[in-house]
Design a protein around this ligand. Structure first.
Ligand code: PPS
Length: 568
């Protein structure tokens, strides 16, 4: 079992000549613009990374995967791989039809011969695959709020792989890796999956794993999609490259995997093992909390720390890959060495810096000791994450019409400009509706588009080191949450609920709109004839009823100071 089979794995690509012909023919077909996740899935379908899948799943495969992790053929497969599309697109497509699959630039990558079309029960999928229909799980949230309502399934004919402009030399298909191992005579290869920069604990773990398995080492990080909020892959790859010379050159290889992770814990670990098997690997490291999604909405872990290990161990023979299980690695001060947590010598001092603590130290520009990470890695991380007081951020005011959002935001803007250092942009509700969203009304759909536009602009400002102040009503929590995710990829998101009561807003009625709304002359008016979902846990709630504008704005300044976003 533990020696590699380096024969090529089947791919779904047609020959170069056929691809040229198909590309022309496919121009006539209905075409679907793939999402970022779908491009990742398609690449691994086409290059054999998802073998034995031959396309996006049919309904029978999907049901089998949900119920007992098996395709209709009986093969083990734990993760649904679906082409989710909008209802509008699904209406135009019937089983028996071919559709062209295009990347974001319109390039045709493949043809899907549709055999199945169905509307999935997403709550059932969430429970079966992720263990709970809980929106705190990033993939459950994606499933409900980003994925299309209809699934299409059927075989895929590959025309060309997605183009990558970054780190081209570090990306390998399963067959390229197999050929590389064959060429070097690597019969035993242990793979390390990661979505984090490599610190000393990881290096120690990979050294030990390679020793234990008497195998060569493949560092196989995911660069497709990882958990929202992770260190971006450009920074991570620079970090990996910075420490590569600390590994024995002749027995170590770094290769990037364009996988879209689902953070599905045990099922995901099994999926990772199958993907690694397809890449010609013989041994797979599964550590603590593999592909863990963090806490659920009750504040508890979704999965037990070693559930993923158990799951892969149970199926390792069937997959044909050997698990190298690892306990959490910790640093023992007296020995100046890392140990698995269950092998720490008695009476010694254990040092540990959690991911959260590391982020805090980076944010605040504090020391990160050499026992924890390599100076080269820390330097790269500091380049990407300067201390918070030098980063961009967004303050997002939400509240009823007339609650005082704009007035407080204006006062805050002036205070921030007085301090200087970073450019400040105010995206006020009314101003945005004039300049960005003039064609939109107040239906749920239009409000969502409006808020997403604001979120997009704010995320660009944040990314480029500026301060964005937003002041729309933003009545829906799900939309505010997705804006938060967009922005937190680049900097802090500070939600401020301007909690003026409806009675008070109506009493003030500064624009005379409440009167018109009560008379039915304005439809879908927030608070009167349209909902407002108040934030449950905003960073700050301000009460304008007992406080003047200056004090409210000052409260925000204090909050920003407390969060380290402005120097105290
Ligand atoms: S939303 O829901 O976030 O997209 O709304 P927003 O872009 O902030 O726009 C709200 C301003 O538009 C005026 N207005 C209405 N508000 C709510 N409901 C209805 N039907 C409506 N029609 C017009 C209103 O003046 C809001 O301004 P503010 O500054 O919030 O008082």
């Amino acid at each position: 079992m533990s020696n590699a089979n380096h024969a090529p794995i089947p791919e779904l690509y047609v020959s170069y000549e056929s691809a040229q012909k198909l590309k022309v023919e496919a121009g006539e077909l209905p075409s679907w613009d793939l999402t970022q996740r779908q491009v990742c899935d398609l690449e691994l379908l086409m290059n054999g990374g998802f073998h034995p899948l031959k396309g996006f799943m049919t309904e029978a495969d999907y049901d089998g995967v949900l119920d007992d992790m098996r395709l209709a053929s009986g093969a083990l497969w734990p993760m649904p791989i679906n082409l989710d599309v909008s209802e509008a697109f699904a209406e135009k497509v019937e089983p028996g039809q071919d559709i062209a699959l295009r990347d974001a630039e319109g390039v045709i990558l493949a043809i899907l011969s549709v055999t199945d079309k169905w509307v999935p029960d997403k709550a059932r999928e969430a429970v079966a695959v992720f263990g709970a229909d809980d929106l705190a799980h990033p993939s459950v949230n994606y499933l409900h709020h980003t994925a299309g309502k209809v699934y299409l399934g059927g075989p895929v004919t590959g025309i060309q792989p997605p183009v990558h402009y970054d780190f081209r030399g570090r990306r390998d298909t399963p067959n390229e890796l197999r050929a590389f191992f064959r060429k070097l005579g690597w019969r035993r290869v242990v793979a390390f999956q990661t979505r984090n920069p490599l610190h000393r604990a990881h290096q120690e773990l990979t050294f030990r794993a390679a020793r234990e398995a008497q195998a060569n080492l493949l560092i196989h990080p995911v660069v497709g999609m990882t958990k929202p909020g992770d260190v971006d892959h450009f920074t991570r790859v620079r970090c990996y490259e910075a420490v590569l010379d600390k590994y024995p050159q002749s027995t170590t290889h770094l290769s990037l995997l364009n996988l879209a992770m689902r953070m599905g814990g045990p099922r995901e670990a099994l999926w990772h093992a199958i993907i690694r098997k397809n890449h010609g690997i013989t041994h797979f490291i599964v550590g603590r909390d593999h592909a863990g999604p963090g806490k659920n909405s009750a504040g508890e872990d979704f999965y037990g720390p070693y559930d993923a290990q158990e799951m892969v161990l149970k199926h390792q023979e069937e997959i044909g890959i050997e698990v190298v299980p690892f306990k959490h690695m910790v640093y023992v001060q007296e020995r100046a060495q890392y140990f698995p947590v269950d092998e720490v010598p008695e009476g010694t001092t254990v040092l540990n810096i959690s991911g959260t603590e590391l982020r805090r130290r980076l944010r605040e520009g504090l020391e990160i000791p050499e026992w924890f990470s390599f100076p080269e890695v820390v330097e790269e991380l500091r380049r990407t994450s300067p201390p918070r007081a030098q980063q961009g951020f967004t303050v997002f005011f939400t509240g009823l019409s007339g609650s005082g959002k704009s007035t407080i935001a204006n006062a805050l803007m002036v205070k921030l400009m007085e301090m200087g250092g970073r450019p400040v942009t105010l995206l006020d509700g009314d101003v945005v509706r004039k300049h960005l969203s003039s064609e939109l009304g107040f239906s749920k759909e239009h409000r969502d588009i409006n808020i997403r536009r604001i979120g997009y602009v704010a995320s660009e400002i944040t990314k480029n080191g500026g301060i964005a102040l937003c002041a729309p009503i933003a009545p829906y929590s799900a939309t505010r949450r997705s804006v938060r995710e967009m922005i937190e990829a680049y900097g802090a998101f500070v939600e401020v609920h301007v909690a003026t009561s409806l009675e008070e807003c109506e009493r003030r009625d500064r624009k005379g709109l409440y009167k018109l709304a009560r008379e039915g002359k304005i439809k879908e008016f927030t608070g009167i004839s349209d909902p407002y979902e108040a934030p449950g846990t905003p960073e700050l709630r301000v009460d304008t009823e007992g406080m003047d504008v200056d004090t409210c704005a000052h409260q925000v300044v204090l909050k920003l100071e407390q969060m380290g976003l402005i120097a105290g």
